[in-house]
Design a protein around this ligand. Structure first.
Ligand code: SF4
Ligand code: FES
Length: 358
């Protein structure tokens, strides 16, 4: 008996009795082998009920002799709640649920380097918890690829080793985790980065397509990793304040109206992930540039260099091959930090004023 539910129950029993999971088999007797007292039995029942969201009547509990008896009843109870799972491990497609691990098919883009020809490769992953994050699922895939010695097979096909993908903070702060999942930047959830996307957003047996960002400005480095260095180059020409703003107390001494400060902070929430570029049909980086220009232009400290900043950053963006904004608003829809396109309007105003001053 090796299904997910059995493993879960075995884990709960081991935890409750403070024994090793290996001491428990489907034929283990609760009273004779585990010497369970009634208090332990009811604590365990409570833990199982809480974990699986089911109710186990007292008269049933008294009838359980072996771990198998308990598992069979629990499988039955789960099935009646649309938890489609059998004791033999197969899960069947049913309504999405939040308890049963999922089996998935992944179509992952593999590409050796920027110049190599890429292709999709298909992998199967099993027993994925709906509570794990998308990147944890990718970690599991990579562990599997290493374990199954896929390296030799991949080598013959031109790709080596586990799938390369970018990540750092895994908290939605750094903007590194840039993946196109099932045709959407950062996947099917709204206002989250890939690292904050959870597998509960998918269903058992789903086919998930994973691609890198597609843009001339973001060349593929390997597999799912792209070079977002173009954003750094844009920031280097203007995404900063070079005037001396003093120490922390001096900064706080300059009164800034609350709505302005809030708006500036909203724009400053941009993590530089590049989803706006990847989503835009023109590969425009306007939302990213606008967020930087706007967050600084709204503050007195940033106003001094506002004109120079807007001109320099827009010129760099054009030079690096990003397209123009045609107001499709796709960037705003897919931005994990909900940066508003109103900031693009501010960038356009800043840019126009700066050009008129020339
Ligand atoms: S504007 Fe949004 S989508 Fe674009 S880089 Fe910033 S956080 Fe990412
Ligand atoms: S890994 Fe840092 S935002 Fe996702």
């Amino acid at each position: 008996m090796k299904n997910v539910l059995y493993k879960k129950i075995r884990k709960l029993i081991a935890k409750e009795l403070d024994i090793a999971e290996s001491e428990i088999t489907p034929d283990t007797l609760f009273r004779q082998d585990l010497e369970m007292e009634s208090i332990e039995t009811y604590t365990l029942v409570y833990a199982v009920e809480k974990e699986l969201g089911i109710k186990i009547p007292d008269e049933k509990v008294n009838g359980f002799e072996t771990v198998r008896d308990a598992c069979e009843f629990i499988v039955h109870a789960c099935k009646s709640k649309d938890f489609h799972v059998s004791l033999h491990g197969e899960t069947k497609r049913s309504k999405p649920n939040y308890k049963i691990a999922m089996n998935l098919t992944l179509k992952v883009w593999r590409q050796e380097n920027a110049k190599a020809k890429g292709r999709f490769e298909t992998y199967k992953v099993t027993d994925i918890s709906p509570d794990s994050s998308f990147l944890e699922m990718m970690d599991i895939l990579n562990e599997q690829l290493i374990r199954e010695s896929k390296e030799a097979v991949a080598f013959e096909k031109g790709c080596r080793g586990p799938v390369a993908f970018d990540h750092d903070c895994r908290e939605g702060i750094c903007g590194m985790c840039s993946l196109y999942i099932n045709g959407r930047a950062h996947g099917p959830d709204d206002e989250v980065t890939t690292c904050q996307l959870h597998m509960r957003k998918f269903k058992n047996d789903d086919v998930i397509t994973v691609e890198p960002w597609r843009s001339r400005g973001f060349p593929v480095v390997k597999d799912l990793v792209v070079d977002r260095g173009a954003f750094d180059k844009i920031l280097q020409v203007g995404g900063f304040i070079s005037v001396n703003t003093g120490g922390v107390p001096d900064g706080n001494a300059i009164p800034i109206p609350k709505p302005k400060a809030d708006e500036s902070m909203d724009a400053a929430a941009c993590v530089g992930c590049g989803a706006c570029v990847a989503t835009c049909k023109n590969s425009s980086a306007m939302l990213f540039v606008a967020a930087r220009v706007s967050s600084l232009a709204l503050l007195p400290q940033g106003k001094i260099e506002a004109a120079r900043r807007a001109k320099a950053m827009v010129a760099k963006m054009d030079e690096l091959g990003f397209g123009s904004c045609t107001n499709t608003q796709a960037c705003e829809a897919e931005c994990p930090k909900s940066i508003s396109i109103a900031h693009i309007a501010r960038l356009n105003r800043e840019f126009l004023c700066a050009k008129l001053q020339d």
